[in-house]
Design a protein around this ligand. Sequence first.
Ligand SMILES: NC(=O)c1ccc[n+]([C@@H]2O[C@H](COP(=O)([O-])OP(=O)(O)OC[C@H]3O[C@@H](n4cnc5c(N)ncnc54)[C@H](OP(=O)(O)O)[C@@H]3O)[C@@H](O)[C@H]2O)c1
Length: 315
Amino acid sequence: MRAMAIEEFGGSEKLKPMDLPVPEITDHEVLIAVKAAGVNPVDWKVRDGLLRERLPHAFPLIPGWDVAGVVERVGSKVKRFAAGDDVYAYARKPVVQGGAYAEFIALPLENVARKPKTLSFEEAATIPLSGLTAYQALFDRARLRSGDVALIHAAAGGVGGFAVQLAKTRGAVVLGTAGSRNHDYLRSLGVDEPIDYTQGDFCEAVRKTHPEGVDVVLDTLGGDTLVRSASLLKKKGRIVSLIDPEGIARLKAGGVKAHYLFVSPNARELTKIAEIIEKGLLRTTLAATFPLADAAKAQVMSATHHVRGKIVLII
Ligand SMILES: NC(=O)c1ccc[n+]([C@@H]2O[C@H](COP(=O)([O-])OP(=O)(O)OC[C@H]3O[C@@H](n4cnc5c(N)ncnc54)[C@H](OP(=O)(O)O)[C@@H]3O)[C@@H](O)[C@H]2O)c1
């Protein structure tokens, strides 16, 4: 099968077209013919070797943890899906190797859910990783409730855009950070108060309208942003970071309700997200699509840190 893969860690030039075998499936796995693969910051972090201490990797390594496609074949114990079903999945597996930048991907059943009917394959491939991250951060970790005030960093990004919309489905008041060129976009997603992080201290902007502080923070930046954001929390406030486990450990030691999240595959939650999408309560923004062969260009775009919405490879 056609794939884009790396033989060793390094820059975007390491990502090369390869002809690799179609993966085998076990009894509990599903083989998916990939139609579209989402591109996420973790893809170029994997390529650079930044996760090598944390997860086992094997080469040749096909990146890509976001997939939408059609079931080609199922293992003998799989009852939930059949060949021809349209599915989407968060494709992280215990060993980082067989990703979505390819014509086929083999995935355990627990990673896979039915594709939202209202989305194209390109749109559906933008959802699993970022949508699950937003869902698990706000709902599973922070236990966001109606009326809570939530501060969402990088609200114009992949995770932030879904987090804003999910927070609104729970009836939260949403403050979101982005450069001013993205503020109309933020409002269109449901942000009540856009904050321009490039113009002064975002904490001052938050305190101006919410002197009592906020109930929940979603941190996508870590370091100083994490520490300053924690200072905005009300007494029972919760902060979730996607990026800074050490910072979270320090906050916890100081008594803050702080959580580090590394998003987990979860087919049940992906199904719930599909229902929210089909009700028209969650939409996606396609920043750019690239053919599979241009995966390196797509990763370079992702690494600018200023994408609005999501990038997708068409297979
Ligand atoms: N732990 C996990 O499980 C997990 C899961 C998903 C993502 N992540 C990580 O979380 C981070 C965000 O992921 P993502 O997919 O949302 O990234 P992304 O889509 O690349 O984020 C891009 C957005 O970040 C905004 N931004 C850049 N610098 C900012 C700043 N200082 N303050 C506020 N906004 C800023 C940009 O808005 P402007 O152009 O307006 O600046 C842009 O819209 C990445 O590092 C990713 O690897 C971790």
